[in-house]
Ligand binder design. Structure first.
Ligand code: TXA
Ligand code: MG
Length: 349
């Protein structure tokens, strides 16, 4: 399949490009487009064949459900039943934005999208291009992250091209993703809402709107026997090809240990690299030091994580080392993705 690559700099000025994307979606095709979190690969959520093609293009297991993207809040009632007052307050506060809500599904939503579940995930993105495409298509858009299954999520059009060129009808280049990590997934189909995937919208932010929220146990305990409630969270995701080691220690101690490991690997002919904050970089002795951002800017670190993991693959790095990052605010999501990329193993010194 030939993939059209279309650059959009200002969503307000380019209705012809938006309309071209919308018309592909309407006809059952696949369009990858930017959102404020990561790029998504979209299809008409009401067209089962189109939805199956997303699974094919990504190489995604069929039990892993998709998020439905809508362009206006009221559309939630078309696809979800039992929308609680708490959910409404959350929608008013955080939509459009990086919060996905899980509701009981209506029959119009096929189980092909929900991985066989009776619930459906819905999100109203804040990115202008995404919203305009969904609006113009006139259909709800099922859209997982636009990466091949198992690869880090794409935060730039070039990442999508790497993974999906020839597998989708169109890729919209809308520049780099603002947030860089996928949306917070919050289950509001239960008595007490539960965070199934951490993201930019934190527990603290949610608790300013509703009384109480739980966090899925699988996100807190490092115990492989606890099965995450979001099917997608059980897969070893986001993994770079090289072996990633996360070190939990003070900057100096961590650097001493990492420098030793790097030397050992390089002496044995392997390529090693370190992911470092701006502040720590002078502590490391390594040919490849990738600076992820300032330790004082958790948003910057989050926005750069997936890009750096992809750069590790591009440079064919065999061994990657990093110290843990702050888990405050979006840091919880950053550490969640980092630990998954590391196969949930950490060296504590
Ligand atoms: O930021 C995002 O959410 C991006 C952009 C493109 O919008 N999309 C995204 O989709 O990350 P995806 O498919 O890569 O991740 C969806 C996550 C998976 O972990 C999936 O298991 C979970 O949401 N999920 C979807 N429907 C669910 C449901 N009914 N119950 C529990 N978890 C669900
Ligand atoms: Mg994904």
């Amino acid at each position: 399949m030939e993939t059209q690559i279309v650059k959009i700099e200002n969503a307000g000025l380019v209705s012809d490009k938006i309309n071209a994307a919308a018309s592909i979606l309407k006809q059952g095709g696949l369009v990858a487009f930017p959102t404020e979190t990561v790029y998504g690969i979209g299809a008409n959520a009401l067209n089962t064949e189109a939805v199956l093609n997303i699974y094919k293009a990504k190489g995604r297991p069929s039990d892993n459900p998709l998020i439905i993207h809508i362009a206006k809040k009221e559309d939630v009632y078309l696809y979800a039943s039992d929308v609680s007052n708490e959910a409404l307050r959350l929608m008013d506060m955080f939509w459009p934005g990086p919060l996905t809500l899980i509701f009981k599904k209506k029959d119009i939503i096929s189980k092909t999208i929900t991985g066989g579940l009776e619930t459906v995930a819905i999100r109203l993105p804040s990115n202008d291009i995404a919203r305009k495409i969904i609006e113009a298509s006139g259909c709800p858009i099922a859209a997982p992250s636009a990466n091949r299954s198992g690869r880090p999520s794409p935060t730039r059009a070039e990442h999508v091209i790497e993974d999906l060129d020839g597998r989708v009808d169109m890729i919209i280049d809308g520049g780099k993703s603002k947030i860089g990590l996928e949306s917070t997934v919050l289950d509001v189909s239960t008595q007490i809402p539960i965070i199934l995937r951490p993201g930019y919208i934190t527990r603290e932010m949610i608790e300013q709107v509703i009384d109480y929220v739980l966090i899925d146990k699988a996100l807190i305990k490092e115990d492989e026997k606890i099965v995450p409630k979001a099917p997608g969270m059980k897969y070893k995701h986001y993994a770079p090809k090289g072996n990633l080691t996360v070190v939990d220690s003070t900057p100096k101690k961590a650097a001493l240990w990492i420098n030793e490991q790097v030397k050992e690997k390089e002496d044995s002919g392997y390529k090693a690299a370190v992911i470092s904050t701006m502040e720590d970089q002078s502590l490391y002795k390594c040919e490849n030091i990738m600076v992820i951002g300032s330790e004082n800017d958790n948003n910057e670190i989050a926005a750069n994580l997936f890009k750096i993991l992809r750069q590790m693959d591009a440079k064919e790095i065999d061994y990657i080392y990093t110290r843990t990052f702050s888990d405050a605010a979006i840091g919880m999501a950053t550490m969640n993705r980092l630990m998954k990329a590391a196969g949930n193993e950490k060296v504590s010194l």
